[in-house]
Design a protein around this ligand. Structure first.
Ligand code: PAF
Length: 282
């Protein structure tokens, strides 16, 4: 069944208020489209966790700090709807821009702390754009639960913080990263990789996996991170924006493995920016 595609807030509200009246729970899976198996795993989790599921597709201009990146972002609405067909979701919300940012829109949601450093340092304004759109989508859908991938770990932490701080009554559920067989984390940006770049792309995860094992085995964190970054470049990447160990609970930088940790990295490969993160056992 092809789910109804809703383009206005009025249509979305009409659907959700009928569900609420019937006592049904609602889950939202926010996306920017170009759906892949990672998104579909979120949809599967949402279906298991609520009576009704809304998938949102909106390429949010406010979270792109680079106009070229916004222009190149893949837009595949028709294919996305087809991919969702087997899941029988209840609505696909593809809002027109004015439904999100009407004329005169002047509000910015900014979350300090978890948004600082990592991607926050390299993409100015990105996380304000994410926090603003996600708070809008939470309010527009009034969902009980929202599903996000751990692939964007900093984003997941930021969304949790924002929902808590703004008293938005929603449960934010994080779902594990889905990977290709060679370890490459699924991402809509993988579509932008040339065939040649795709061959090099797994080098990021390979280096990170080895680094996580070495850190877990007690090796010096700074040495391991430096060597892992060099390994990524030797593996074909142009540069590494960051390779850092952070607390899995607070996202504070860690210089030694003193608790649950996450290794996070971003690196550029032939004009495509890839990010990844993995848990490090303490
Ligand atoms: O992860 C994404 O695709 C986006 O950042 C999100 C959460 C849909 C907000 O635009």
């Amino acid at each position: 069944m092809i789910a109804p595609i809703l383009r206005t807030l009025a249509d979305l509200r009409a659907a959700t208020s009928a569900w609420r009246k019937a006592g049904e729970t609602v889950a939202v899976v926010p996306t920017m489209g170009a759906l892949h198996d990672g998104h579909l795993s979120l949809v599967r989790a949402a279906k298991a966790g609520a009576d009704r599921v809304i998938v949102t597709i909106f390429v949010n201009p406010k979270q792109f700090n680079n106009p070229e990146d916004l222009e190149n972002y893949p837009r595949t609405e028709h294919k996305d709807a087809e991919k969702l067909e087997p899941f029988a979701v209840d609505a696909i919300y593809v809002p027109d821009v004015d439904q999100i940012y009407p004329d005169g829109f002047a509000t910015n949601v900014s979350v300090s702390g978890v948004s600082e450093g990592l991607c926050g340092a390299h993409r100015p304004g990105h996380f304000d754009g994410v926090a603003t759109i996600v708070s809008k989508l939470f309010n527009q859908t009034q969902a009980d639960k929202a599903f996000f991938g751990e692939k964007d770990f900093q984003q997941l932490m930021l969304v949790r913080r924002m929902a808590r701080d703004l008293d938005i009554p929603i449960e934010v559920v994080g779902c594990p990263t889905i990977r290709e067989e060679d370890g490459l984390a699924l991402s809509s940006r993988n579509l932008l990789l040339s065939d040649r770049a795709r061959v090099y792309a797994p080098a990021l995860n390979v280096a990170m996996t080895r680094a996580a094992e070495r850190i877990a085995a007690g090796e010096d964190v700074a040495t391991v991170l430096g060597e892992a970054a060099a390994e990524v470049v030797a593996g074909g990447f142009n540069d590494v924006e960051y390779m850092e160990l952070r607390s899995a609970e607070t996202l504070q930088p860690m210089t030694a493995l003193t608790g649950p940790a996450r290794l996070l990295a971003a690196a550029n490969l032939a004009g495509v920016r890839l990010i990844d993160n993995i848990g490090v056992k303490d």
